[in-house]
Design a binder for this molecule. Structure first.
Ligand code: GLN
Length: 482
């Protein structure tokens, strides 16, 4: 019998089955397409899924042999450009947009032999923490379809958790890889800013955005990072440093590692079950030979405010290009005789094309950048951002990694926070500092609540020290007993 079932749908076990057990990519693709067709009416993890195209590509394009991801299906978030495929940021304003080029990460996946397997649903332009702001409607959490999968890469996390795909790419501006990974019980890594090229990623906030892997386990995240990381001339913010083989860091040995636990991350907002799961994980790290000490990140309280100034400022500027001229949706109202000015065309296009959260962010971002408020809000936020970065620099003098919860709660119910943007924004309280500081951070599953919902543990490290994260995460994954 061919060895294909839900248990061995990870990158590492598929590689093994291709090599030694006679499995072929076509069988895996057929199996996954059947799962997508049966699960999508309930989950809606995909924004675009063109079965015929996937099958055609598989047939026509020879998969290069001997490469790292030969015949491995990988799904890409809908804000990453894939040549000749719809790429819409789950927004009406990019309706019908088909990029003429591939993002660098997509080029790299393809040259490593991966089979591109659809585009995942997301909060519109990655604005959100629940996947509910998508123009296509919300994605649901495979653990409980009454709940959100997290956001904004909720589609990627849900698709991996439900084994609709093998692995996915997400993007993380303030937590959008880690928080959905935590809500869906999968592994998500936001690499160091500059580690992975952003060329071909439709920008939300250019100084915060990073692309990263969402996978079933830590080994798969290392395998994907080996392919996507590294310098790219097309992205001036990508850093020219050698890329280590991340699988070498998967050592199951954390003896002597120094871990810091920031006291500011264990305040009222955290639910008792999340708190308990994190404390249990910290005890396991101690049992495995790591030393653990309490540390302080004193400017943590300001992170949410700073983030929502910096991120909205950059978003308002990045989204100015969507005006109905070059991409996607253009209003029809002018053709129907409702005026003929260019300004009307712009404003109607944007009024029709953007959803409520995108409009809120454009307005907020424009406000904090406007003359008279720039100094009071934007400039001040940049100064506090520097202090947040400094907090981490100080902390990493004392420890190799910092461990925290990924999110104060487990997955919440659909609709629960949609009408209250501020409470939605607070669900990123533990993730956004890593983006403001530019440091790498991963979420790994660390327990289940009574209601059978996954809890995520976040591990942070110094810039470009993803290897320490992999070492700690892998050791945890191999030894946990929840
Ligand atoms: N949830 C955060 C926000 O709404 C982060 C989003 C992201 O990382 N793309 O901005």
């Amino acid at each position: 019998m061919k060895p294909l079932n839900l248990e061995n749908l990870s990158i590492s076990s598929l590689k093994e089955s291709y090599k030694n057990k006679g499995l072929i990519p076509q069988e895996v693709i057929n199996f996954l397409i059947a799962r997508v067709e049966s699960l999508e009416p309930r989950l809606k993890a995909f924004a675009h899924f063109d079965k015929e195209k996937i099958l055609k590509e598989l047939k026509e394009n020879n998969i290069p042999s001997g490469k790292a991801l030969c015949g491995i299906p990988v799904t890409v978030k809908d804000n990453i450009c894939v040549k000749d495929e719809l790429t819409t940021c789950s927004s009406k304003i990019l309706e019908g947009f088909v990029p003429p080029y591939n993002a660098t990460v997509v080029e790299r996946l393809k040259s490593a032999g991966a089979v591109l397997f659809g585009k995942t649903n997301m909060d519109e332009f990655a604005f959100g923490s629940s996947c509910e702001t998508s123009y296509f409607g919300p994605t649901r959490n495979p653990w409980d379809i009454a709940r959100v999968p997290g956001g904004s890469s909720g589609g990627s996390a849900a698709a991996v958790a439900a084994s609709e795909t093998v692995a996915a790419l997400g993007t993380d501006t303030g937590g959008s890889i880690r928080q959905p990974a935590s809500f869906c019980g999968v592994v998500g890594l936001k690499p160091t800013y500059g580690r992975v090229s952003r060329y071909g990623l439709i920008a939300f906030a250019s100084s915060l955005d990073q692309i990263g892997p969402i996978t079933q386990n830590v080994t798969d995240a290392a395998l994907l990072m080996n392919v996507i990381a590294g310098h790219d001339e097309m992205d001036s913010t990508s850093v020219d440093l050698p890329v280590p083989d991340y699988t070498k860091a998967l050592t199951k040995d954390i003896k002597g590692m120094k871990l810091g636990v920031p006291r500011e991350y264990f305040t009222e907002g955290i639910t008792p079950e999340v708190n308990e799961a994190i404390k249990k994980s910290i005890n396991l790290f101690k049992d495995l030979g790591a030393s653990v000490k309490e540390i302080s990140l004193p400017h943590t309280d300001y992170a949410v405010s700073v983030y929502y100034i910096v991120a909205t400022a950059e978003a308002s500027s990045n989204l100015a290009r969507f005006d109905g001229v070059q991409y996607g949706h253009r209003t029809k109202s002018l053709e129907q005789g409702e005026g003929d000015s260019l300004v009307k065309m712009y404003s109607r296009t944007r009024a029709e094309g953007f959803g409520a959260e995108a409009k809120r962010r454009i307005i907020l971002g424009t406000y904090v950048l406007s003359s008279g408020y720039y100094d009071a809000y934007y400039l001040r936020a940049l100064k506090v951002r520097a202090l947040i970065k400094k907090d981490f620099e100080e902390a990493f003098k004392e420890c190799d990694c910092i461990v925290t919860p990924t999110s104060p709660t487990v997955a919440f119910k659909l609709g629960e926070k949609l009408e209250n943007p501020l409470s939605m924004y607070l669900s990123d309280i533990y993730t956004i500092s890593a983006n403001l500081a530019g440091i790498p951070a991963m979420s790994i599953p660390c327990g289940l609540t009574q209601e059978n919902l996954p809890v995520g543990l976040q591990i942070l490290a110094k810039p470009f020290d993803e290897e320490s994260i992999f070492r700690l995460a892998y050791t945890y994954e191999q030894n946990n007993n929840w």
